[in-house]
Design a protein around this ligand. Structure first.
Ligand code: CA
Ligand code: CA
Length: 127
């Protein structure tokens, strides 16, 4: 009977965690957020984010941001896409991504910016 209760409790806890996780994301520390982000990327759930999974997720993000599907994300599309951030920060991010400064971000620019950001995050972690 005791074992059953523990199992039941664990089940309830798992459900509660599943329900609360989306809300917890904002409050979680950076490591937790990274783990959650990794879980999202890890499509086949083998605990490893392969380059293919990473690329697929990045392309999906780009497609989601490219509202009119013309292959470029404009400043307006970027401002409307993704989590709400303050406009100044989004503008700065957009400027970083728009490598050739033509006011729109191509998939190649997006890929380069993502790779760049990943390198910077890696470097920051090693400090
Ligand atoms: Ca577009
Ligand atoms: Ca550009």
């Amino acid at each position: 009977m005791r074992g059953f209760r523990i199992e039941l409790m664990a089940g309830v806890a798992a459900i509660a965690i599943g329900l609360l996780l989306p809300f917890a994301a904002g409050a979680a520390n950076v490591d937790d957020r990274r783990d959650m982000a990794m879980e999202k990327l890890d499509a086949n759930h083998d605990g490893v984010v392969s380059d293919a999974e990473r690329n697929a997720a990045r392309q999906a993000r780009f497609k989601a941001a490219d509202a009119n599907g013309d292959g470029f994300v404009t400043r307006e599309e970027f401002a409307a896409a993704g989590p709400a951030r303050d406009a100044g920060r989004k503008n700065k991010m957009f400027a970083l991504m728009d490598g050739n400064g033509d006011g729109k971000v191509s998939q190649a620019e997006f890929d380069a910016a993502s790779a760049n950001m990943r390198e910077r995050m890696k470097a920051a972690r090693q400090d």
